[in-house]
Design a protein. Structure first.
Length: 155
């Protein structure tokens, strides 16, 4: 999971709670070009302007000043297929609309952290630390068994 914080975020149309302002999930994808097969990653996220979409890593680096990667320790070793299944589940929602007031369990529309939560919930991993009506980026980060695997130097 990739979490973003931007202290200069000033969209007054959306009341954003907490330190972490946006969430996405990394998906490694393969593609073939005329010379070779390559591995390339993308971030699956839900955004008010795009709905659920795949974005380039470079977009996140440009758009957000502070980034952190978080993971579930039990998925770090020997569980690449589970990680891919979770990322593929998130990608299966590409094209779905963004709606901040959506029911947490509904698969009809998404906000960023709900997308992450629902993809992990598909594999019976509940990332919501407070089990509220919504799952916010900070709710995921505050889950006790998550590990921060890296961060930008500004965090």
């Amino acid at each position: 999971m990739i979490m973003a914080h931007d202290p200069w975020y000033t969209n007054w149309d959306v009341n954003i709670y907490g330190h972490w302002r946006h969430a996405g999930i990394y998906q490694q994808v393969s593609y073939n070009d005329s010379t070779s097969s390559r591995e390339k990653g993308r971030i699956i996220d839900a955004h008010p302007d795009r709905g659920v979409a795949a974005t380039k890593w470079e977009f996140w680096q440009y758009e957000y000043k502070k980034l952190g990667a978080f993971g579930v320790p039990s998925l770090f070793t020997g569980s690449t297929p589970i990680r891919r299944t979770i990322a593929d589940k998130a990608a299966s929602y590409i094209g779905k609309p963004y709606l901040i007031s959506t029911n947490k369990s509904s698969e009809d529309s998404f906000y960023c952290s709900k997308l992450i939560w629902l993809a992990f919930k598909f594999k019976n991993i509940d990332l919501d630390s407070n089990e509220g009506l919504y799952v916010l980026p900070d709710d995921i980060v505050n889950k006790n068994d998550l590990v921060k695997s890296w961060k930008t130097s500004e965090l």
